[in-house]
Design a protein around this ligand. Structure first.
Ligand code: MSP
Length: 523
């Protein structure tokens, strides 16, 4: 068990039936910002992401493309999912594929242990299965189809017909865990968050749990059930275990003890798997449940959950090619309250890029560095104690306040709020420069002490911003840090004392952090 300061954060592992869209990238960025923040705070941090490669959905896609499922998965991982991590600057420590041997072998080990402990039995199952969700559905989960599916019941998420399946399967005695799960939600209200998702989970489990079918016999693209190779493990049971098998479960117990338990960042659509099935599996195996399951909201396009299957998918590169990865990261983390749904629009992205990143932050950095270059030939001036006024004291106080407030917000996973707090410093520094008018101070040598003090304060404020914003806009923060002659890399600067930086010797030239963009081309 970890001592509490360690931070093991995960994303869902993504299906490789298709290429990534911005909804997937959104989850990645959120987990990445949290991981970078904790790393920079000095907390032992481990960030896992990966791909979910078994099951009928992948098998069907591969077959339709005339290749084996493994060949299909290899291609998608190499050509789409791994490159996504570069596209949006993800700092993951590990990447797990459910076809990795470390995963397959230890899923079997886990399953065998549950079997030996009496938690698994054979039974018949008949129900409606949605291959898109890879899940049996209750009738109440289905809605009337429209268009080509008129007259049929379809999955509410995928808007596609479900399939009636009748199989002899292995079952996990999940129903036995309803009481313990409810107790968990009650004694640890933070276990599932945000509150809206927690309420949904509590009410779902309060209605009682059925046992879970955990094997399939009608196809063979999956991990074989160890005591009966005519079955493969149900893809969700297999997939959820990635969080344990990547962390050393079954083969590196020291690592597992160090990392576990994890904070799982998932979309709210899959919170049930993570907050009900997964802790029940862990309880059955005698393992600790996760630290937290956080179900974030959906990116909506035209009012609907954005998805490739509904043809509303937008590829991350469509945004990063024009705006860059920092702007992508900033925009989604800032514009959407983490935990709620949010609508994506090109207009909003372009407007925030221009107002907040280019004019607000980028311009501030360029102006301050240009003034130090012009008035002090690049040498960062020291503040003169006798010239310090209330305005400088206010900036220093804001630096401390926003550092603490942003850290507190990150610990609640309120990423949007952390950025909003940091932006108070951006805004205050901009106002400070406007009011102090260093360009006027520079005209009269009698004001030399004030000019030095104002530019010293502005440079230190920028240093604080570089340190605090590094988890969100790592490229811009790194460039700014170099321009400010910061020692080492910005990622090494302790984020919880971001305001302590004293300034370097000389500024270096700084290219525009967020250059002007011809928006028409992307609209
Ligand atoms: N393979 C499963 C997860 C297994 S985890 C043990 C899966 N994969 S998925 O490829 O469909 O991607 C799921 C995740 O992508 C969602 O939980 C969510 O985090 C993210 N998103 C997919 N579409 C999204 C939006 N439109 N908006 C926000 N996030 C979305 O489910």
């Amino acid at each position: 068990m970890s001592d509490g300061s360690s931070f093991y954060v995960t994303t869902p592992i993504f299906y490789v039936n298709d290429v990534p869209h911005i909804g997937h990238a959104y989850t990645e960025v959120a987990a990445d910002v949290l991981a970078r923040w904790h790393r920079q705070a000095g907390d032992p941090t481990w960030f896992l992401t990966g791909t979910d490669e078994h099951g009928q959905k992948i098998l069907r896609t591969a077959t339709a493309n005339g290749v084996s499922p493994k060949a299909w998965a290899d291609k998608l991982v190499a050509e789409a999912w791994q490159p996504l991590l570069n596209t949006i600057d993800i700092s993951n420590d590990d990447f797990i594929r459910t076809t990795d041997a470390r995963h397959e072998v230890n899923v079997q080990l886990f399953l065998q242990r549950l079997y030996d402990a009496g938690y698994i039995y054979t039974g018949e199952y008949e129900g409606y299965y949605c291959v898109g969700c890879e899940e049996y559905k209750q009738l109440s989960d289905l809605v009337d189809g429209t268009g080509q599916y008129e007259g049929q019941l379809v999955c509410a998420i995928h808007s596609k017909p479900v399939e009636l399946l009748k199989e002899r399967n292995y079952f996990f005695k999940m129903s036995e865990f309803a009481g313990r799960l409810l107790e968990l939600y009650k004694t640890r209200p933070d276990f599932v968050q945000p509150e809206s998702v927690r309420n949904e989970i509590v009410s779902f489990v309060s209605r009682g749990l059925t046992d879970l079918s955990i094997s399939r016999q009608t196809f063979d693209w999956g991990i074989k059930v160890p005591w009966d190779e005519s079955h493969v493990v149900y893809v969700w049971f297999d997939a959820l275990l990635n969080y344990a098998t990547a962390a050393g479960y079954g083969y590196d117990e020291e690592k597992f003890a160090r990392l576990w338990p994890a904070t799982h960042i998932v979309g709210k659509d899959i919170a049930r798997f993570h907050a009900v099935i997964w802790p029940a599996m862990l309880m059955a195996a005698g393992l600790e449940v996760p630290k937290q399951v956080y179900g974030h909201g959906w990116l909506l396009v035209g009012g609907e959950k954005m998805s490739k299957s509904k043809l509303t998918g937008i590829a991350p590169e469509q945004i990063t090619d024009t705006f860059g990865s920092d702007a992508f990261r900033y925009y989604f983390m800032r514009a959407i309250n983490f935990g709620q749904d949010g609508s994506f629009s090109w207009e909003d992205l372009a407007a925030r890029y221009q107002a907040e990143l280019a004019n607000g932050f980028g311009n501030l950095a360029s102006r301050v560095i240009a003034m130090v270059t012009r008035y002090f030939e690049g040498a960062i001036p020291a503040a003169v104690e006798t010239a310090v006024t209330e305005a400088e004291r206010s900036i220093r106080a804001t630096e401390r306040r926003v550092t603490a407030a942003a850290d507190a917000a990150v610990s609640r996973l309120a990423i949007h709020e952390a950025i909003a707090r940091i932006w108070e410093l951006v805004d205050e520094l901009n106002g400070y420069i406007t009011e102090q008018e260093p360009w006027k101070l520079s005209k009269d040598p009698a004001n030399a002490d004030r000019l030095a003090t104002v530019l010293n304060t502005a440079v230190r404020g920028l240093g604080t911003l570089a340190v605090l914003l590094s988890p969100v806009v790592p490229e811009a923060a790194a460039k700014l840090w170099v321009a400010l002659a910061g020692v080492g890399t910005v990622q090494e600067q302790p984020i919880r004392s971001a305001y302590e930086w004293q300034g370097g010797d000389r500024v270096e030239p700084l290219e525009a952090l967020f250059p002007r963009i011809e928006v028409e081309a992307t609209a």
